[in-house]
Structure formats: C-alpha cells, structure tokens
Ligand binder design. Structure first.
Ligand SMILES: Cc1cc2nc3c(=O)[nH]c(=O)nc-3n(C[C@H](O)[C@H](O)[C@H](O)COP(=O)(O)OP(=O)(O)OC[C@H]3O[C@@H](n4cnc5c(N)ncnc54)[C@H](O)[C@@H]3O)c2cc1C
Length: 532
C-alpha cells in the first residue's frame, strides 16, 4: 500500500490531458505550489514508550513483532481519507504510533492490553488501515505512548461448518485472501467494498462495512453470527445461535464500536455458495427521481438484484464520458442504473423479472456494456484520487442513509451544503445500497484546492455533517464514526445515547486505552489524565 496514497503503486495512473483541461476550465484547478513530501521528509515524533514498556511488549509477542522503525510507524499513521492523505503529502507524521505490535493469538492480545492498561499506553487496533473517518488516530494527551495493534498475523481461516454455512475467520485476514480461502470450499462472503483489496474482516466488523453487492449478500454486520473479543477486562465470547431472544444482542454492541470497546480476535461469519453465474447490466432513467422510484420498487416488491445502484445526472454524465469526449459532456445522459445478478440456475428468471419491473418504471435497457465496465473498474476510482490531489483538485467521498420518503431532502441538503462551502464544486451522487424502507446516498466531491486545502475541506465537512443531521439522515451508512463523525453521531443519538456508550466503555476499558477519542469523546477521567 502506498504510504501517502491508495493501493498498489504499480497501478497508479497519470491524469489524461483532457481531464486536466476540464479540471482547469470547469473548476479552476491549478497545480499546487508545494510539491508532496517524500518518505524521508515525513516528520515523526520521538518514540515516547519507555524501555520497560517495550521490553514487556516484546516479552509477549517476541522482539520481531514489536517494530518502531520509521517505515512501520509511517505506514500505521492514520487511515486513507483525503485529509489523511493531505497530511501525509505535507510530511505531517505527528499522529504516528510509537510502536507497531503484531500479536499472534487472542491470548497475546489479552496480555498486551493488560500491559498497556497498566502503563497507560493507548492502543489503536489496526486492520487494513483503510478507515476514512479518522478511526486510527488515538488522542495522545495523558497517555505514556500509542501502540498500533496490527492484526495482520491473525489471518487464518480457522474452520468451515458447511452444514450451518458458517466460517470462523481471524480478523486480520484481508478480503481478497478470505475470498480465496473460502473459494477453496466453494464459498464466498459476498462482501466487496471499494476498499476490498486492502481492508480486513476485523475492520469490516468493527466499522459496520457494506459492500457493493449488499443488496444480495447483506451488509457485513448481517454476516456476523459470532465473535471473540479481547478487552482490557477479559474475553467476551458472543453468538451461540443465529438469532436469540436472550436479552439485548451484545454482538451489536461490538459491531461498529471501532476498536474502542475491545479487539475482535475471531469472527464467525455466515457464508454463501460461490455463485456460478454473474450478469451485470445497465439501465437508463430520465431522472434521479424516476430511477429512485424504480429501485424502491425492486427493494420493496422484488426481485432484488445482487448489485443495485443508481447514479444521479452528474455522476452518470462524468462516468459515461471518455477522456477524448470530455469537451462535450452530454447533458442529457439521464441516470444510469447498474443491476447485477449473481447466483445459479435461477439467475436468468430473476433477471427477467427485475428487467420487467425496471422497464415498467420507465427504464431503458442498455445491455451488459455498462454493467461489465462498472464491474471491471469497481476498484479503480481510489487510484484516481491520488492523481487528482497531485493535480491540485480535492476529491473526497461522503455518505449517509435515510428513509425513502426523506431521501430527496437529504440529497438536496448535502448538495446545497457542499455548494455553499466550496463555491462551485463538482458533486456526484449515487444510491449505493437499498432496503425496503430506505437507501444510502454516496457522494463524490471534486473541487479546486485553495491555499490551505485541508482547512478548506475540514470546514466543508463540518457543515455537511451538520446538514446531514439537520436533514434527518444518519451520519454514516457504512464508513463509521471514527473521530470525524463523532460530534454528528453524538447529535444523532443524543446525550443519553452517548452516556450508554460511555458506560459500556468505562466497564470494558476502565483506563480508556482503546482508541481514545474514537466513537465517543474521551471520558472525564481521560481528561484528568491529560493533566499528567
Ligand atoms: C478507497 C476506499 C474505499 C472504501 N470503500 C468502502 C466501501 O465500499 N464500503 C465500506 O463499508 N467502507 C469502505 N471504505 C472504508 C473502509 O474500508 C472500511 O471502514 C473498512 O471496514 C475498514 O477496514 P480495515 O481493515 O481497513 O480497518 P481499519 O481501517 O484498520 O480500522 C477501522 C476501524 O476499526 C478498528 N478495528 C480494526 N480492526 C479491528 C479489530 N480486529 N477489532 C476491533 N477494532 C478494529 C480500528 O481501530 C478503526 O477504528 C473505503 C475506504 C477507502 C479508503
């Protein structure tokens, strides 16, 4: 993974000249004055951990698995949001952990947490490092240091219960390797977020991820039937049946807790048979409203495709444009729907029934071309972000969800807020996940960088968070809370809701060492520590 950008450096691509021209002419984008910092120019704080702590950590995992070289520290600094990348490009390594520790078992995680609690060392559970909400930055104040707890060594497919269709998998396994191992059993998770190449299963559970095929396979939190969690207070073993009436479901307390209540060390996941057939195709609708109505009908009355997404007019126009044609973007491109069907012999019949609904709702069938091109490029957009940043354009994504009746209001609120903050940005949107009762909206924003692009985006992001809350949407459908959405999340669940979460945290993590400042603000006792 590129330390200051996304993905495999070999896949990085230059922006074609027509796109550069378009950015300049449409958005006023100009190359930044200051070049990006090189790896050697990143400024890191001195390692704060005492020799005693380092010795004790080594005693648990072995010297090879406690790293505090610059390479390890830089690669575990923050996540992959656009502000994260901007800070790294500016050479700002101030959030780097003091050490990276790689445990090899649940028992080792428990022992590490005990030591860190004893010495007041903050612990950041680290999966694939793809958080886009500031979920990997610990508040340092009041702590004797920060350790990134990298779960990469917990990467086994432990067992497959083919009768129950449940696989036990360790949390540090990355999604492609998980799919590869499950394919050996003819199975799949069906979880394909855009961060698929790098994110881990533990990260998906901790941040309630949702993949591009969520209509068919469900969100990741739907797949979790059980888990083992290491906390500073001991082990939680949750989930002995698919569903239960035995009180509140504590699995739901850990899902979405983003490493601030405990470290997930094992997951029991519902799996599906790997599909024999996949068909992706495109449909055109006159307007976003008409396309939304069609998606709603499929979500409510069926049949629901495995992949279902609808781009608004702007996203359709930009997505359909080829670099050579960018001079003449077609304003009447309409709105593109991608419908994908995965499964077995029933795929043809399901596809036909869905096609009938889409036609009835005014859709025009575009054939497999757009579907295949979407499937082919589904992981490539994040690579483009690096080239855009280098060219002087800020590009970032944000997402929300709401009930169908409120979706138009939410859509307008986000767009208005972004336009008010950024002048004339390019704002694209698609409906990314659908349910019977509502859907999520996923926005991509492109704007010319100001002299201080970080402050420019942070101000816009603050306003748009407020706009989402005011318009009745959730602050996140699948990216999570981290630090960036903490205030909006608190507004969403109210003071009492925050108190409940704080109560859980105080009980599981009395020293407050786990991801301090992520999900909820540090507790009063945490602030006391800051005086130290
Ligand atoms: C380019 C890009 C595209 C993305 N696309 C999507 C998408 O389509 N859908 C989607 O849902 N998300 C997406 N994301 C967001 C991100 O990939 C998800 O939030 C993912 O779930 C994070 O997984 P990870 O392994 O990288 O976790 P990390 O980023 O390492 O961690 C995420 C959070 O979970 C905590 N954590 C990690 N592992 C554990 C564990 N074992 N136990 C307890 N806590 C843990 C961390 O402390 C952190 O707070 C995208 C991100 C990027 C950069």
């Amino acid at each position: 993974m590129l330390w200051s950008g996304w993905g495999d450096p070999a896949k990085a691509s230059e922006l074609p000249e027509p796109i550069r021209r378009l950015l300049r002419d449409m958005l006023g984008v100009h190359a930044p004055q200051v070049p990006a910092a090189s790896f050697g120019e990143v400024r890191l704080p001195a390692v704060a951990l005492s020799p005693l702590v380092l010795t004790r950590l080594r005693g648990v995992v072995g010297a090879d698995h406690v790293r505090f070289d610059d390479d390890a520290r830089i690669r575990h600094t923050r996540g992959k949001s656009t502000p994260d990348l901007m800070r790294m490009r500016a050479g700002d390594g101030s959030d780097a952990p003091d050490a990276v520790v790689l445990p090899g078992s649940h028992a080792e995680v428990l022992a590490l947490l005990r030591i860190c609690a004893e010495h007041r060392v903050a612990v950041v559970p680290f999966g694939g490092g793809t958080s886009v909400v500031g979920g990997l930055v610990a508040a340092r104040r009041g702590f004797a240091g920060v350790v990134a707890l990298d779960l990469a060594r917990l990467n086994r497919l432990v067992s497959v219960d083919a009768e129950s269709m449940v696989a036990e998998i360790e949390p540090g396994l990355r999604a492609p390797q998980a799919e590869q191992l499950l394919a050996g059993h003819g199975l799949t998770l069906g979880h394909f977020p855009q961060s698929f190449e790098y994110a881990t299963l533990g990260g998906f559970a901790a941040a309630r991820s949702s993949g591009q095929a969520s209509a068919g396979y469900g969100r990741f939190d739907d797949m979790v039937v059980g888990m083992t969690v290491a906390t500073p207070r001991g082990t939680l073993d949750l989930g002995r049946a698919p569903k239960s009436a035995a009180g509140p479901d504590l699995r739901q307390v850990i899902l979405g807790s983003e490493g601030s209540f405990g470290v997930i060390t094992s997951l029991r996941l519902r799996v599906r048979r790997a599909p024999a057939e996949r068909v992706y195709e495109g449909w055109r609708f006159e307007s976003f409203a008409a396309g939304s109505a069609a998606l709603r009908r499929l979500a409510q009355d069926g049949p629901l495709p495995t992949v279902l997404r609808l781009s608004d007019e702007t996203e359709t126009m930009v997505g359909l444009a080829r670099p050579g044609e960018l001079g003449g973007l077609a304003a009447d491109a309409g709105c593109l729907v991608i419908a994908g069907h995965e499964g077995f012999s029933e795929v043809a019949a399901r596809r036909e029934r869905a096609a009938a609904v889409l036609s009835e709702c005014g859709g025009v069938h575009l054939g497999p071309g757009p579907g295949e091109s979407w499937a082919h490029g589904r992981y490539s957009a994040p690579y483009l972000r690096d080239s855009l940043l280098a060219a002087g354009a800020t590009v970032e994504t944000l997402e929300t969800a709401g009930f169908w009746s409120n979706l138009p209001r939410l859509y307008d609120a986000v767009r208005l807020s972004l336009h008010a903050s950024l002048g004339s940005p390019l704002v694209m949107c698609h409906v990314s996940h659908v349910y019977g009762t509502g859907a999520s909206l996923y926005f991509t924003v492109v704007t010319a960088q100001s002299d201080d692009p970080l402050a420019q985006w942070e101000a816009a992001k603050r306003s748009v968070n407020e706009a989402i809350v005011a318009a009745g949407g959730t602050i996140s459908h699948h990216h999570g809370v981290g630090r960036d959405h903490r205030e909006a999340y608190a507004a969403e669940i109210g003071d009492l809701g925050v108190e409940i979460l704080r109560g859980v945290k105080d009980r599981l993590d009395p020293e407050g060492i786990l991801n301090p400042g992520v999900l909820i603000a540090e507790s009063a006792s945490g602030e006391d520590r800051s005086g130290l």
